[in-house]
Design a protein around this ligand. Structure first.
Ligand code: NAD
Ligand code: MG
Length: 345
């Protein structure tokens, strides 16, 4: 569990590769890298700058639709998606922007939360991730990547629809990390339904519990452990601003998260705790292939954006790092968008 050396410089790409288990070999041989990561692959051998700093055409940088049709039972695994989502495994290189920080990320096993977890660790933070027990194999990959970055990884599986579990989650994260500087409330439930008539109270409750109640419970439990300079980041969505007709419940929660961010930021400003949101557009993650979209929409997922493709989780890593770091010291109550050219804010 412990990092190798708290003060060691960021490990080389070669060392990172050497330390990660063979289970991750597929990540590095992923179609994402093959298709869009030429520069990243070279950087991996220590020969050129990392992909995130190489000028590229964003239109062709990552896989474009059509994607292979695919569905998985909820909550799904990133490891089973084709192509595999790019969370920055081979490309993100840190520069010490979060040195010594302690972060808790819900939904840190896959998708956007995993991209934040990898980036935070490579920026020098110790990272605890929460996820569902069914996602253990995805979570193990993230734990290996955090440790390969020389940081402490804490794996905290459990269902955040329980207030008691949310309180335990925060307590264990604080105890095992030795404090808490960054909280990313990112886990969510999204299930597309054509009509309000299909939306049962049970399903409505599932979405609201996961996306709103758990956020409230976790933030409330975490605040006593957070001090000046701490940062809370909530993953909202373009759905907060441009709600889809088939995401009636989900869009409401994403909209409510924006109000939560803006209100809480005012409450906590005097304590020096910042609260911001991120509102992504379509991103290639398990959430979408486990009922987040109707299955027939998956092959063209993201095609309607001006960039003509879905985003990959790594494309949000920089925003999560910025909002967690001292560089955004005047940003609180803000929501940052990244949606391929359509949507707000
Ligand atoms: P994802 O499936 O990789 O992540 C969602 C995570 O939520 C899961 O990994 C799971 O660990 C967690 N989760 C769900 N229910 C849970 C529960 N009851 N208990 C504990 N954990 C639970 O998908 P993602 O797209 O990376 O989602 C991350 C965030 O991004 C969500 O808030 C989602 O609303 C938001 N978002 C996604 C998109 C997109 O297109 N993928 C767009 C806008 C916003
Ligand atoms: Mg997951």
């Amino acid at each position: 569990m412990d990092r190798d050396d708290q003060n060691a410089p960021a490990p080389s790409r070669r060392r990172v590769l050497g330390k990660i288990g063979t289970g991750l070999a597929a990540v590095f041989a992923s179609p994402v890298l093959a298709k869009g990561g030429g520069a990243g692959a070279l950087a991996f051998q220590g020969q050129t700058p990392p992909r995130q700093s190489v000028k590229q055409n964003p239109v062709t940088q990552f896989p474009r639709p059509p994607f292979p049709g695919q569905t998985q039972p909820w909550p799904g695994l990133a490891s089973r998606m084709r192509p595999r989502p790019d969370h920055g495994e081979t490309s993100y290189q840190g520069t010490g922007r979060l040195q010594g920080r302690k972060a808790l990320i819900t939904g840190g096993d896959s998708g956007i939360g995993r991209a934040a977890a990898i980036a935070y660790a490579r920026e020098g933070a110790d990272v605890a991730i929460n996820y569902l027990p069914a996602e253990e194999s995805d979570a193990r990959e993230v734990v290996a990547l955090i440790r390969a970055a020389g940081r402490k990884a804490v794996a905290l599986p459990g269902d955040i629809r329980s207030e008691a579990f949310c309180q335990q989650l925060v307590a264990r994260a604080v105890r095992e990390l030795g404090g808490l500087d960054i909280l990313v409330s990112n886990a969510a439930r999204q299930h597309a339904l054509p009509s309000i008539r299909d939306l049962t109270t049970e399903l409505l409750d599932w979405t609201f519990k996961t996306n709103l109640y758990a956020m409230f419970w976790i933030v409330k439990a975490a605040l006593p452990s957070m001090g000046p300079g701490a940062s809370i980041i909530v993953t909202s969505s373009v759905e907060a601003y441009s709600p889809s007709e088939n995401l009636l419940d989900y869009a409401q929660t994403k909209s409510a998260q924006v109000a939560f961010v803006k209100s809480l930021a005012k409450q906590l400003a005097k304590q020096g705790i910042r609260v911001n949101g991120v509102a992504p557009g379509p991103y290639w993650t398990p959430l979408q292939v486990t009922g987040g979209q109707p299955p027939e929409m998956i092959p063209q997922f993201g095609a309607m954006t001006p960039l003509g493709r879905a985003g990959q989780p790594v494309e949000l890593a920089g925003i999560y790092v910025l909002l967690a770091s001292q560089e955004s010291s005047d940003a609180t109550g803000q929501v940052y968008g990244a949606s391929g050219g359509s949507g707000n804010p």
